[in-house]
Design a protein around this ligand. Sequence first.
Ligand code: NAD
Length: 499
Amino acid sequence: MREYKLYLNGKFIDAEGRKLFSGINPHNQEVIASFAQGSAGDVSKAVTAARNAFDNGPWPTMSREDRSALVKAISDRINENSKMLVELEVLDSGSTIRKAKEDVYLSARNLAQFAKLGLQDLNDPLDGASRAGFSRNLLLREPIGVVGAIIPFNFPLKMAIWKLGPALLAGNTVVLKPSEDTSVTAMELANMIDAVGLPPGVVNIITGYGHEAGAALANHPLVDKVAFTGSTATGQSIMQAAAGTLKKLTLECGGKSANIVLEDADMPMAVDGALYAIFYHQGQCCEAGSRLLLPESRADEFVDQLIQKAQRMKVGDPMNTATDIGPVVSKKQHDRVMSFIEKGKKEGATLRTGGKKPSSEECANGYYIEPTIFDHVDNTSTIAQEEIFGPVLSVIRYKTIEDAVRLANESSYGLAGGVWSKDAEKAMSVARKLRAGTVWINEWHLLNERAPFGGYKQSGIGREFGLDGLKEYTESKHVHIDEIGSREKKAWYDTVVPK
Ligand code: NAD
């Protein structure tokens, strides 16, 4: 069993009172790791270390090139250790091995791309604002300070990278709190960060529970910004905690994204795309295509094809490369998803496939749920409005395209959306009408490090990725340099100062 300590001020240390908690393999419920259970006191020590590294250390003023090189070195370590990281991610999170390979590869690639982005000079001479003989104006982009980064369970390594990369490249120092359900790869990342030689206190990683370590981080007066990814409910309590000292915030929260198939869509591609949109990582993706909007004229045929393929998906041990669907992350998540399935049945949707734990021996001790499809779902019902975060698809039928757009937007969320059509212009006109931060046309899930990602409405505040994402970790400072140079020509002083 692996044992992990807190990573604080460049050292691996026990939590106060030596408290521990366990990491559980969702495939068989075996304990695979023990973690130090960070308390509010441990968080405070980590924030103090990060504060000191920011206020007195070299990191914020280091050249962009030097910071970028160190971040790139972490990316190289991830690549060198990819086999180990993939295996640990599977054991810890229940991710299928095929997805975990992609995640580790993308974590290294995302970080390398951030490192390149971090070379850009974000300062701006503000030429348009300057006037010779009057003033020169500059916009300086400066780091915000200490960032508290709080991340969810679903993409443990990738989420850590998405926070650390831009925060560090902009010159901030960080206290990262991984999810209590999936902390293993964040702690392996701590080993790699330590090995590349970042100055002590620049990155601190505190494992622990949300209500304890997470809340302490969101509340701490010396934290300047909280960068959060997780559920909308937790995002709301973080926003309240941050209000006390008016911390800067980015919130990447939940979704209930609508996937709209138009009548003229390429059906084989749209069927597989719809399955990929919802069942990738057991539906535990913020951007999952969890509402499928089908035109009445083609819905029967489409749903039949979905069911045939869903029933062919192999549910089982995520370490097996043939597995399509692994377990969900925890008993809590399993019970939550099952309760939504019961609610769907009670509210009158038609359960067409799945809806229970698979009967195979392989799945007996794990948190497994069959890929589940409900048809004839009412868009106002619970399973169409609430984020289930499991392998459950709600099919909603529509009459006209206007209808489909209205249904898609009738949601408190606005993270993503999709349109399937052979007519590029028609698809684009639907894409424009969707109130969502990312829209795919004939695709799903693919993100781009150079394009911003984030949510409208209650899916979040702010963006990750691209220059927009990097700027979220900066303060803007306007410097006005006088070029007049004479009291006599400054008539505005006369409004208060006697001549
Ligand atoms: P969660 O909100 O339960 O937990 C997220 C993190 O917040 C964890 O580290 C947890 O310990 C911590 N936390 C919990 N309570 C806290 C509190 N009171 N104060 C401070 N921290 C606290 O979410 P989860 O179940 O781990 O992840 C699933 C959710 O994440 C889904 O809603 C999903 O949509 C969302 N998500 C969003 C994105 C995105 O980019 N928009 C990406 C991935 C996941």
